[in-house]
Design a protein around this ligand. Sequence first.
Ligand SMILES: NC(=O)c1ccc[n+]([C@@H]2O[C@H](COP(=O)([O-])OP(=O)(O)OC[C@H]3O[C@@H](n4cnc5c(N)ncnc54)[C@H](OP(=O)(O)O)[C@@H]3O)[C@@H](O)[C@H]2O)c1
Length: 251
Amino acid sequence: MQPRFHDKVAVVIGGNSGIGLASARAFALEGARVVITGRDRATLTRAAQSIGGDVLPVRCDMSDLRQIDALAGEIRERLGRIDVLFVNAGTGAFIPIEAVTESDWDRLMAVNLKGVFFTVQKSLPLMPKGGAIVLNSSIGWKKGIPTGSVYAASKAGVRALGRNFAAELVGRGIRVNVVSPGPIDTPIIGRTAGLAPEMIPALRKQMLENTPMRRMGEPAEVARAALFLASDEASFITGVDLLVDGGAASF
Ligand SMILES: NC(=O)c1ccc[n+]([C@@H]2O[C@H](COP(=O)([O-])OP(=O)(O)OC[C@H]3O[C@@H](n4cnc5c(N)ncnc54)[C@H](OP(=O)(O)O)[C@@H]3O)[C@@H](O)[C@H]2O)c1
């Protein structure tokens, strides 16, 4: 039996860290030719080396439309098409309402919402019938969390994009689904706007208390969900939001 992604081109936006890296590794193990993106050249190179095999690392800041255009151009030239697009990259923020500045808002939305929209828009010309798109949202869009408003708004937008993309693309044979992780053990916490290092232990404790399984998820656990949604096993599934959260948003 062929692996699920034999000879497919899988593009993982934000594939040099955390959930994206675990997903890129899993796509490669299951036979895909993989493109990984991110802004940081060093981690991109390291990630490509650690995955091994047929991996193309491309630097791309998804808040910049010209860079998304250049990414699509490079994929067209090097690989010719995109069978699977996992729009995973994102950035976090825990900032009290009064402290949010316009630039905090713009910076976060430029990546988490505008970047997601235009990455899909500019990838579509390369996606044949049978293609699959998976967007990475968060259970943040379903829960009220103090200081989480800007991030949650961006991720609610991602969930809405998933549903609307799915409706618009179903006639073209392209499925679109969303994965919404709960607390996952990745470097994102250390990079979250508004979160000083000394606040991290208390936040982790609170996350565990709010998660019925009483543990953080592993990046590979989200990757497995994303690969399922991207695979032919999910051939009759489009427009859904799959929670990978140890029960955090459900009870
Ligand atoms: N970890 C969690 O608890 C959790 C929970 C719910 C949802 N999520 C979502 O899961 C996704 C992946 O996060 P993670 O936890 O795996 O965090 P991570 O390890 O920090 O990875 C974030 C990824 O996004 C990329 N990225 C950030 N800003 C970018 C930009 N402007 N342009 C292009 N790429 C950019 C990063 O690469 P560069 O830094 O090189 O650009 C990196 O590859 C995010 O959308 C996040 O919101 C995570």
